[in-house]
Structures are given as structure tokens and as C-alpha cells.
Design a protein around this ligand. Structure first.
Ligand code: ATP
Length: 338
């Protein structure tokens, strides 16, 4: 069936190819908002019907009226917050997939921690370092960092005192450093059916934290290498099946806590818990992303998990379009739009 009345639209960045391919597969018209430099690249794909080219993504509000006439549904991804900021996202008048009320909770690290803690999810210890003794090693995170930039590792107090000088007087938080495997779990929750799915998962490849292990300790000695957590890519990974029920349960708890803390609708659609798993098989959740994450791009053709649910190629982008299609058919679109 063609969903001719609505056009699925997004910014040409982050996971837009996956989102628009999924929308096309579900019978929607597709539209991309892009910039001059990226236009030719996006035009090389066959599933994008319409293009709007801006000088800069931050000009997005100037085309809202035009988009309204085209009956679009906007699918947000990581670049929406990065280029437009939380306020412009909240003020958008267009039909927007997802609950905008979660944006403030996601943006503020303290509120995020409150959300995860109230959900009963294990988070790394955070130190009120002026008032309590710190057990090392630690990771120091500047506020508002993105993709692991501006973090440093300290193995003891002397190390911390040396590095904090170069850090300047930026605001920061200190967390216990959790040694384990970083695993990012991609969930999808449908309020239409009250069903939660684990769509896929990825692990990040971070330079040079993941590269240091390639040099033996003896070879590292004297080199003064500092681990950096800047993300360069994502790779796939499946979790031990015995740990899957717990991963699933964390997703469910996150949804339930959001309904109590944020509003009745809570979080729905795609979201991601960023975890580190320690040798005793314990999950530590570092952060929550309240939308489609870039790691899902590994699975444009579906993942081992989505195959089990759907028996057909089902990316997170396509799952979003499927949800919108079902909501239209059931006359429940307002339930999933912010
Ligand atoms: P993004 O917004 O892109 O998710 P971010 O800048 O908010 O990134 P985090 O996700 O908090 O950063 O962390 C980036 C990386 O730093 C993680 O993938 C992980 O490797 C490392 N890291 C963060 N917190 C800890 C911790 N408590 N223990 C060990 N490593 C950590």
C-alpha cells in the first residue's frame, strides 16, 4: 500500500539514508533537507523523492511553512540536536516523530542520571570530588562534550592533578572508570502495541582507547600515550544470549521510569542505552540516547535480532516508518507525534 498522503522527511546527515530507505520500503514519499556540498552525494541514491537545499542546517526554521504544505512527518536523529539545539527542536511546529518532553531530560546529565537511577539501572559511581574521597581510576568528562571529546583518564591523584591543569576551568564531572566492553543497545518501543524490541547492538571503535591494546605494554613504556575516546566508527556485536533478558529488562525499566518522571507518554520509538559490561557480566549504563543512533547504520538490511522478530529486512529506520504506517491505518498518529 502506498502512503501517499504523508512524506517522511529528515536532515541529510547521521542516519538519514537508513531512515529514508526504510520510509520508501514502507510506501512513503521521501524528502531530504540537505546542504549544497552534500546534494550530489544524496542524489546518487534512488529512494529520495524530493530535495530541499539549505545554505546551512541551522536555517531549517525558514522552510517550516513550505514543509507543512507538503504534509511531512519529521524524523529526528543525532544531527537535529547537534545543528538546531534543543530549543529549536522543541519549537518546531511540524509533526515530529517522538516525545519532545524527553529532550530536556536527555540534555541535562544530572536529570539523565536521575532517570536511569529511578529506573533501577546500574550507573557508574559519580564523585562529588570536593567532598568525598575518590577511588581511582577515574574518567573526567567536560560538560556538553560530544562523541567522547574532551575526556581524560586518571589512574591516581597525582595523575589527575597533573592533567586537570591542562584541562583549564571547564565544568566537569568525575566518574569511576569502568573497565569492560562498551556495548550500545538499540531498542524500539511501540506505544501502539506496548511491545519492546531489541533491534540491534553495536560497539564503538574509539581512537586511541581501542588501539592501545595493539601495542604490548613493553612497547608502550615511555611513550606517554593518553587514551582518547573519540568515536571513529561502529562495529557489530551480538550479546551472550544469557545476558539478553537483562538487557531487555533495562529497556523496559527505562520506559516505565520515563512515564513516571517525564510525562504519561514517556519515551517511545527508538532509543539506545550506552553500556559497559564488566568481567562479572554487570551492565553499567553511561548514557541514554532518546532517538535513532548512528550505530544502527550497520543494520540497514536488518540485524540478527530484527530478523528474528520480522523475518524480513528491518532496519530501525524502516521500523519507524512501519510504526507511522500502522498509526495512520489505526487513526492513532497523534499518539506517536510530538
Ligand atoms: P555521545 O554523546 O556521542 O554518546 P559522549 O561525549 O556523551 O558521547 P559518553 O558516551 O559519555 O560520551 O562516553 C564516550 C566514551 O568514553 C564511551 O564510549 C566510553 O568508551 C568512555 N567512557 C565514558 N564513561 C566511562 C566510564 N565511566 N568508564 C569507562 N569509560 C567511559
Amino acid at each position: 500500500m502506498k502512503n501517499n498522503k504523508h512524506t517522511i522527511a529528515t536532515l541529510g546527515s547521521h542516519s538519514s539514508l537508513q531512515i529514508l530507505k526504510g520510509a520508501k520500503d514502507e510506501g512513503f514519499k521521501t524528502l531530504i533537507i540537505t546542504t549544497k556540498e552534500r546534494e550530489e552525494f544524496y542524489k546518487s541514491f534512488p529512494f529520495i523523492d524530493e530535495f530541499i537545499t539549505l545554505a546551512s542546517f541551522s536555517d531549517f526554521p525558514s522552510i517550516e511553512d513550505k514543509l507543512k504544505e507538503k504534509n511531512v512527518i519529521i524524523i529526528p536523529h543525532g544531527s537535529f540536536v547537534a545543528h538546531l539545539g534543543t530549543e529549536k527542536n522543541k519549537n518546531m511546529k511540524l509533526p515530529y516523530y517522538g516525545n519532545k518532553s524527553v529532550l530536556d531530560w536527555e540534555e541535562d546529565r544530572r536529570q539523565q542520571r536521575e532517570w536511569l537511577s529511578k529506573a533501577g539501572i546500574n550507573v557508574p559511581k559519580q564523585y562529588d570530588f570536593e567532598h568525598e574521597p575518590v577511588t581511582y581510576p577515574i574518567i573526567v568528562k567536560s560538560y556538553g562534550a560530544a562523541g567522547g571529546k574532551g575526556y581524560f583518564y586518571a589512574k591516581n591523584k597525582t595523575d589527575f592533578e597533573k592533567k586537570i591543569i591542562a584541562f583549564g576551568n571547564k565544568k566537569f564531572i568525575i566518574q569511576e572508570y569502568v573497565i569492560g566492553v562498551p556495548l550500545y543497545i538499540h531498542y524500539f518501543y511501540s506505544p501502539l502495541t506496548d511491545k519492546l524490541e531489541i533491534m540491534s547492538m553495536d560497539r564503538r571503535y574509539e581512537t586511541n582507547a581501542d588501539g592501545i591494546g595493539r601495542i604490548p605494554l613493553l612497547g608502550q613504556e615511555g611513550l606517554d600515550i593518553e587514551p582518547s575516546y573519540v568515536v571513529v566508527g561502529n562495529s557489530d556485536l551480538v550479546l551472550r544470549e544469557s545476558m539478553l533478558p537483562e538487557a531487555y529488562d533495562m529497556g523496559r525499566k527505562t520506559i516505565e521510569a520515563s512515564r513516571k518522571l517525564i510525562d504519561k507518554k514517556g519515551i517511545f520509538g527508538p532509543f539506545c542505552l550506552e553500556t559497559i559490561i564488566t568481567p562479572d557480566a554487570k551492565f553499567y549504563v553511561l548514557e541514554i540516547s532518546c532517538r535513532i543512533v548512528a550505530g544502527t547504520n550497520i543494520f540497514t538490511n536488518g540485524s540478527p535480532y530484527s530478523w528474528l522478530y520480522y523475518n524480513e529486512p528491518m532496519s530501525t529506520g524502516r521500523r519507524i516508518a512501519r510504526e507511522i504506517k500502522i498509526a495512520i491505518e489505526k487513526n492513532k498518529l497523534p499518539l506517536i507525534l510530538g
